[in-house]
Ligand binder design. Sequence first.
Ligand code: SF4
Length: 286
Amino acid sequence: MDGGTVTAAANEGGTALADPRRECVASAGPPYALPATLTPSKMSRFMSCPLAFRLSYLDRLPEPPTVDQVRGTIVHRALQLLFSSGAADARNSERALDALEVAWTEPAMREEVGALALDERAERRLRRETGTLVERYFALEDPTAVHPIGLELDVRVRVGDVELRGIIDRLDRLEDGSVVVVDYKTGRAPRPEQSRSRLGGVHFYAFVCEQLLGHRPREVRLMYLKDQVVVVESPTDQSMRGLRQRAMAIWAAIGRACESGDFRPNPSPLCRFCAFQAHCPAAPAA
Ligand code: SF4
């Protein structure tokens, strides 16, 4: 990114461009190079707001981490450490809290926490929250009975002209040889009516695993630590076909947008969490 600016002409979405203080960030302009991979985050970002997608993944504007993201990263790391060290029968809450302490001291985590610029009190609260989430995990399953065959797996598979990529929190093997994809969630569990729409990422991981391993995971388990809820989804022919079609359709739409430069802002309630408001002509007024 060169940091220069262009103004409202970049908005082709028909959205009001009233505030001249808002500036779209200049970029290489069309045609943009396609991203190297397609991930669940890129899919959902493009679908919720093409302009935010462009600013994040093509212009690569920095996005400061949020407390929610950092909390999730630390808890994921603690659970990774719990499963990667020691015997299975030593996976208890005491060990998990030890792992959490280690996670907090790691340079990468200190850097992430530092970027939040929390005062002492807020950091203490964040520590407590990570501890609570780690302890709540133990109400969801018995970790001594788990046989993980992969932790924080970076999985990639080429389908047509796109490389699908995802990070799988944990891949388990069951006694009958089948595998289960486990995804830890540190936010709120979806309400029943929201569950369907939140399962796109689940099918993505199941699809990538199937392509890589040659057989379909028996289940994908979403573990909502905060609410102590487990959502289990069994991939089917239909869901795998649907995922493939959806990924191909989104990739094609990204390709068209890269070619034309038409990344329209899509104002929604999500705008209030968007790090790019200062660069968006359609952002809600402050
Ligand atoms: S403020 Fe809203 S419309 Fe603008 S880029 Fe962010 S999400 Fe998109």
